[in-house]
Design a protein around this ligand. Structure first.
Ligand SMILES: NC(=O)c1ccc[n+]([C@@H]2O[C@H](COP(=O)([O-])OP(=O)(O)OC[C@H]3O[C@@H](n4cnc5c(N)ncnc54)[C@H](OP(=O)(O)O)[C@@H]3O)[C@@H](O)[C@H]2O)c1
Length: 274
């Protein structure tokens, strides 16, 4: 029989090993803005599979709670409406206090013209819809990223990921404002990357450019190479793990990205895009 002293020594050693493991491999944490459906939800699920604790945000709390129920120990639900920008910023700061440290921030939320109310009687996108896109896709993105950069600067590390689009590369007749918002995100992320590389601060910046993905995003019959969220999410998380600067999902959209870059105006304006 093991005596009492030996048992105490063994327990102390065991606790010590656990403590070292926890110090060497503290569990990674992420925040996904806009994880109630579609690509954001799939990214959150994929991160959980990679052993992250993930805070998921959005307006539709019932969907966020459903997501949490799939993995209660690894998911934190945090309701947030980015149209209310000051409240969202305060809400993100409160979430950061709760989480302590954060390794990864994914800005995925976006809005576009969906409902009949988003169009005028002449079938143009209405001003309230244009204003909402500016609030969520541009001001919301900058406002929340700004809070995260403060946190990452304090921590001395971090990773910002923006879910942009192949649409970031050229303006298109169908969605001028949406393309412009994604283009803004793309240029802003490039500027941040440039800043942290020059300052030699280990804050990584990744821009993800999806092509067509089957979600609530309404597609016309012209859509092609349409991927599922189950296909794109692992590719997005792989790009994050590899700290890629810009990643196309699915990968073959790189070809379209390249064509958009080299296409002369006279061809682009005749075709109306790729
Ligand atoms: N699907 C595509 O073909 C495609 C292609 C390229 C890029 N993308 C980009 O992928 C991202 C995800 O879109 P998705 O296709 O997966 O569509 P989705 O399923 O409709 O997801 C949009 C997400 O944005 C959130 N969101 C919208 N308005 C918000 C607000 N005011 N406050 C907070 N969150 C808000 C939604 O959450 P709540 O409604 O719960 O608030 C939802 O979680 C977007 O950035 C989109 O531009 C999509």
């Amino acid at each position: 029989m093991m005596n009492c002293k030996k048992t105490v020594i063994l327990i102390t050693l065991f606790l010590h090993v656990i403590q070292i493991n926890t110090m060497d491999n503290p569990q990674k944490t992420a925040i996904v803005i806009g994880a109630s459906s579609g690509i954001g939800k799939a990214i959150a699920q994929e991160l959980v599979k990679s052993n992250y604790i993930v805070a998921v945000t959005g307006r539709r709390i019932h969907l966020l709670n459903e997501l949490k129920n799939t993995n209660p120990d690894n998911i934190i639900v945090h309701q947030m409406d980015i149209e209310q920008i000051e409240e969202s910023r305060a809400s993100l700061s409160a979430l950061l206090q709760l989480m302590g440290h954060v390794d990864l921030f994914v800005f995925n939320s976006a809005t576009w013209a969906k409902d009949p109310a988003d169009f005028t009687k002449d079938k143009e996108i209405s001003w309230p819809c244009l204003e909402r896109m500016a609030q969520v896709n541009v001001a919301g993105f900058v406002g929340l990223t700004d809070i995260m950069l403060e946190q990452f600067t304090k921590q001395g590390y971090g990773h910002i990921v923006g879910i942009s689009s192949v649409d970031a590369m050229r303006g298109s007749a169908a969605f001028p404002m949406y393309c412009a918002c994604k283009s803004f995100m793309s240029t802003y992320l490039e500027g941040l990357r440039n800043k942290y590389i020059q300052a030699q601060i280990p804050i990584n910046v990744t821009e993800i450019r999806p092509g067509w993905v089957q979600t609530s995003f309404e597609m016309g019959p012209e859509a092609y190479w349409v991927a599922t969220t189950d296909e794109v999410a692992p590719q997005i998380v792989e790009s994050i793990h590899n700290k890629e600067k810009v990643a196309y999902v699915t990968r073959r959209w790189r070809l379209i990205g390249w064509l958009l870059t080299i296409c002369p105006d006279w061809i682009y304006n005749t075709l109306g895009g790729f």
